[in-house]
Design a protein around this ligand. Structure first.
Ligand code: FEO
Length: 385
């Protein structure tokens, strides 16, 4: 597949994976992207997951037309991309591997070799001339591992963005929700903790004339790049993407669920966008994504073992770990004899920046009644204000 006249796509699609990175459900599969730049020197950009080595080499061979590659650029050492480095280096003994110093250390630890006599170590500002094409290396530490580099081809104005601008989903199926939904779930799940580091890379990218973004997952982006750069800027600065309320709940016997659903109805009746999620049954990374997408969040859970219900605890930990900020949060607690869930949740959120905690807290003692429904109405009003 052609990216530009000299750059071809040689990646693979994975429809067999159960959980990406051991935790993310990917109902549309996953793509491990790789590219080849055909010039006087031939350069391959990243490898693919372990299970796809033969397919990847076959894709590469189709583009080589009998020539041999000179370089393998390794931008990121996570095994979904690096697992076939050894296969490549064994198949093409004349080739050198190009990567950051940190990546070579990881290469040795993962695969037993750092190719001392077949390597080019690059850092921020280094260049690699292929003939007509010049590759410019950009440090991207912690996006989302420390060794990551990105690569700008200043001839075709292509940014190879490593995991940046990636999304869940294979490239041979159409995503019915478009790019943003699974790209957002991917971003907040995997990169979300490292907003400051993504901001640093975006600042460098702002000085480049980028016509095409080639990520390591998901489609090649070659139209409307301002949109993708803008949405990445919002996500990485923890900005609000859309006005709306995420209601995240857990419910043991359905009473907390009833309250969460009633609040959703009331908010929707008032014209608000609402995303409601059962943290025990729905996809947790979708809930995390929604919490970062919208400006307001309601946490509804039961008191449990003098603490809170486990799925809510995990959800809040996901938010805290990713530096949740700049949002408004309301609470619904349920407890049959000593409701303390709101206190526990507030305690977990302490220390987050620019978070407004809404009053009133809705306290349900087992099941909704006139008193707690009145509190729900007041919370609804506060959320809309
Ligand atoms: Fe796609 Fe961080 O590996």
């Amino acid at each position: 597949m052609k990216v530009t006249n000299d750059i071809k796509y040689i990646g693979v699609n994975d429809h067999d994976i159960d959980l990406f990175e051991g935790q993310y459900e990917v109902p549309l599969g996953m793509a491990y992207n790789s590219y080849v730049i055909l010039d006087e020197k031939i350069c391959v950009m990243d490898a693919v997951d372990a299970r796809f080595g033969d397919e990847w080499i076959a894709n590469l061979e189709k583009e080589l037309g009998g020539r041999k590659p000179d370089y393998l650029v390794v931008q990121h050492m996570e095994p979904d991309h690096s697992a076939n480095i050894t296969k490549f280096m064994d198949t093409y003994p004349q080739a050198a591997v190009v990567s950051s110093q940190k990546a070579f250390t990881m290469m040795k630890n993962f695969y037993g070799s750092e190719y001392e006599d077949r390597r080019v170590v690059v850092a921020e500002g280094a260049k690699l001339e292929l003939g007509k094409h010049v590759l410019n290396f950009v440090g991207a530490p912690m996006v989302h591992w420390p060794e990551v580099i990105m690569t700008y081809d200043s001839t075709d104005k292509v940014l190879f963005s490593a995991d940046g601008f990636g999304k869940f989903g294979a490239n041979d199926v159409e995503d019915p929700e478009g790019w943003a939904c699974e790209a957002r779930r991917y971003y907040f799940g995997i990169v979300g903790k490292y907003g400051a580091q993504v901001q640093a890379v975006l600042k460098k990218a702002a000085n480049l004339d980028i016509q095409v973004i080639c990520p390591l997952h998901g489609p090649v982006l070659d139209t409307d790049l301002a949109y993708y750069l803008d949405v990445y800027n919002t996500w990485s600065s923890y900005g609000v993407e859309d006005q709306g309320v995420t209601i995240a709940y857990t419910s043991v016997y359905g009473n907390t669920k009833k309250a969460a659903e009633l609040l959703a109805e009331k908010l929707e009746a008032a014209g608000q966008t609402v995303e409601i999620t059962d943290l025990a049954r729905d996809d947790m990374p979708e809930a995390v994504e929604a919490a970062f997408r919208y400006d307001r969040l309601v946490l509804a859970t039961t008191t449990y073992n003098a603490d809170i219900f486990p799925f809510m605890k995990t959800f809040i930990e996901h938010l805290v770990e990713r530096g949740y900020k700049n949002r408004t949060i309301g609470f619904i607690e349920n407890g049959s004899w000593a409701p303390t869930a709101a206190k526990v949740m507030k305690g977990m959120l302490e220390g987050l920046k620019n978070i407004e905690l809404l009053e009133p807290v809705v306290t349900i003692k087992s099941a909704l009644n006139a008193d707690s429904e009145a509190q729900l109405d007041a919370l609804c009003k506060a959320l809309i204000k």
